[in-house]
Ligand binder design. Structure first.
Ligand code: DX5
Ligand code: ZN
Length: 221
């Protein structure tokens, strides 16, 4: 498994040509496709349902699809996205009354499970489920929109979560989502992150490969 994973968020992709644009960013060197699913209830925005995941699989996208559910309730959409071809499904603890059961549902469907921590979500929500998760996704913006600025205090939180992962002895990916770009990705990696969501930083540029190569150069130190 690669040391660092670059996961472009298709939130900033060309939705009029989503299949082509998704394949284009993969051909440019992206490792995973990040799906930002919003329901205009848990977050103040509305994006895409499981049919988009199914459509991309039918279009021929074979790369891992990392689904970030910013929805409440989560259970029905966990099942819908798992059936539509999701590889990983990450949920917010605030979005479900039964977090352990919802994470188990993800795994019962054969997907890896992630927990998403908003900027103000405390780390103690990891206490009783860290044995069940494969990814911890730290939001470095308040969820709902692409193109926001990275919240600087996230760096300290990344360091604290990395320490929790080391103490757990488990192979858990530390993913960061929001305001990640060429200029800050090295600092984010140095703090302990090893999976990077980037939407506007990649899709708003004409040459996806140039941006991804620049990010990898920064990560190589
Ligand atoms: C927020 C979204 C964004 C998106 C990344 O809800 O989750 O963080 O993935 O957007 P950029 O990279 O444009 O900040
Ligand atoms: Zn996301």
């Amino acid at each position: 498994m690669k040391k660092y994973i670059i996961a472009p968020s298709i939130l900033s992709a060309n939705f009029a040509r989503l299949g082509e644009d998704t394949q284009k960013v993969l051909d440019a060197g992206a490792d995973v496709i990040h799906f930002d699913v919003m329901d205009n209830h848990f977050v103040p925005n509305l994006t895409m349902g499981a049919m988009f995941c199914k459509a991309l699989r039918e279009y021929g996208i074979t790369a891992p699809i990392d689904v970030h559910l910013m929805v409440s309730p989560v259970e029905e959409l966990i099942t819908a996205f798992a059936k539509a071809g999701a590889t990983n499904i990450s949920i917010h603890p605030e979005a479900t009354v039964h977090l352990d059961r919802s994470l188990q549902l993800i795994k019962d469907h054969g997907c890896t499970a992630g927990i998403v921590l908003n900027p103000a979500t405390p780390l103690n929500c990891l206490d009783y489920i860290i044995e069940k998760i494969d990814i911890i996704l730290l939001m470095s913006v308040n969820p709902g929109f692409g193109g926001q600025s990275f919240i600087p205090s996230t760096i300290k939180k990344i360091q604290q979560v990395k320490q929790r992962i080391i103490e757990s002895g488990r192979d858990i990916r530390l993913e960061v989502d929001g305001g990640v770009k060429v200029e800050n990705i090295a600092e984010i990696a140095k703090a302990g992150a090893d999976m990077f969501v980037a939407g506007s930083a990649i899709f708003n540029q004409p040459n996806y490969k140039a941006v991804i190569d620049a990010m990898r150069k920064e990560l190589a130190g």
